[in-house]
Write a protein that binds this ligand. Sequence first.
Ligand SMILES: [Zn+2]
Ligand SMILES: [Zn+2]
Length: 62
Amino acid sequence: MEKECDECSEKLNDNAELAIHQREQHQKTYCGVCKTEFNNQKELTNHVKDAHGIIMSSNNIE
Ligand SMILES: [Zn+2]
Ligand SMILES: [Zn+2]
C-alpha cells in the first residue's frame, strides 16, 4: 500500500521506505560549528561548505 510523506508529499511504497525517506530527507540536523538548525543533511552540507569552508564527505550529495 502506497504511503505519502506528509512533509513533502513524496510517494513511498510502504512504511519502511517512508521511515527511511523521512529519516534521510527530513531529520533535523545541526551545524557543529555555529549550531544553526537545518532540515536535512544536504542543507547542512551546503551550509558548512559555504559558511565555514568545510567539505563534508558524503556518498549521496549531488
Ligand atoms: Zn518527505
Ligand atoms: Zn555553521
